[in-house]
Design a protein around this ligand. Sequence first.
Ligand code: IPM
Ligand code: MN
Length: 325
Amino acid sequence: MPYKVLVIPGDGIGPEVVEAALHVINAAAAKYGVDLEIKIAEAGDVALRKYGVAMPPETLKLADSADVIFKGPIGESAYDVTSLIRMRYVLYANIRPVKNLPGVPVVKEIDCVFVRENVEDVYVGAEYKIGDVAIALKVITGVGTRRVARVARRYAEMRKRKVTIVHKANVLRVVDGFFRDVALEELRGLEVDQMYVDAAAMELVRNPLRFDVVLTTNQYGDILTDLAAQVAGGIGLAPSGNIGDTKAMFEPVHGAAFDIAGKGIANPIATILSAAMMFEWIGRGDVAQAIRRAVEISLEKNIKTPDIGGRNTTIEVGKFIASAI
Ligand code: IPM
Ligand code: MN
C-alpha cells in the first residue's frame, strides 16, 4: 500500500519551494523504494481568490483520505488553512528542530528541538469584541498538555533527557501554572527545568546551547521558534512537523514571503528538511538521513540561495540536493 501524500503548494514562495522539495522527495522515494502516492491540491489565498474559500471541499476530502500532508507556506489565509488542518486532525505537537548547518554563517551555536503545543492556547480562535473591549480566550487542558508533554518526553529520551518547560506562570498563574504543573508531572524522571518565556527569549540569544528539548504552549512556541531559527542561521532553513496520533503535516516554519515570490531566490531548504521529517515519521529514518546529508553536501559545495550568501536559484538548489541523494 502506498503512502498517500497530499501536497499543498500554498502561496507566495510556496509553489517554488514545494516544487524544489518535490524533486528531492521523488528522487529519495525512487532511490530508497518508498511507495508514495502524491496528489496536489489548492488551499490558501489562491483558493480563496478562485473559489471564495481558503480550504475548498475537494482539498479537504483529499486531506481526509491522505496519510500525510506536505504543505508550503500560506499567505493571508494562513490561519484558516493551517489551523484548520491542525485542529481537524488533532495534530497536537509541533516539532521544530533548530540546528546550525554547515556553510551557513552561525549567529550562535544551537542544537535543540521545540515541542510546541499545537491546538490550544489563544490559537483556538475564541475572540470576542464587546463595545470597547476585545477578549481572547487562552485555553489549556490537562489532556492537551499531557499528550504534548509525552511527545517532549520521547524526544528527550532520544537526546539528552533534558526538557525546559517555557511558560509565563508568574502572570498567567492559573492557565500557564496548570500547563507547567501537568507538564512537570508528565516529565517526571527526566532532568526538567523551567523558564519564563521572556527569559527564554533572552537565553536563546545569549546561551542557546543550554536548551535541549523545549516544551511550550502554542503562542510562545510560535514566537520562540522564529527567533531560534534566526539564531541558527535563518528562517529559510527551519523545518517543522505537526504530529498527531494518526496523521501528520509537514511544512516550513517560514511564511509566504510575497516580497520575494516569483524571483526564484527563496531558500527551499526549510521545506526540504520538512520532507526529511516526513520520511522519518513514516518510519524511513534512513531516507530522512540521506536527505539531510544531501542538504549538507549542497551547503558544503556552496550551492545555495542568496539569503545565505549563495547565487543559486530555488530550483537549482532543489535539483542539486535531489541529485546528491
Ligand atoms: C506557524 C505559523 C502559523 C502559526 C500561522 C500561519 C497560523 O506562523 O506555523 O508558526 O502561528 O502557528
Ligand atoms: Mn509562526
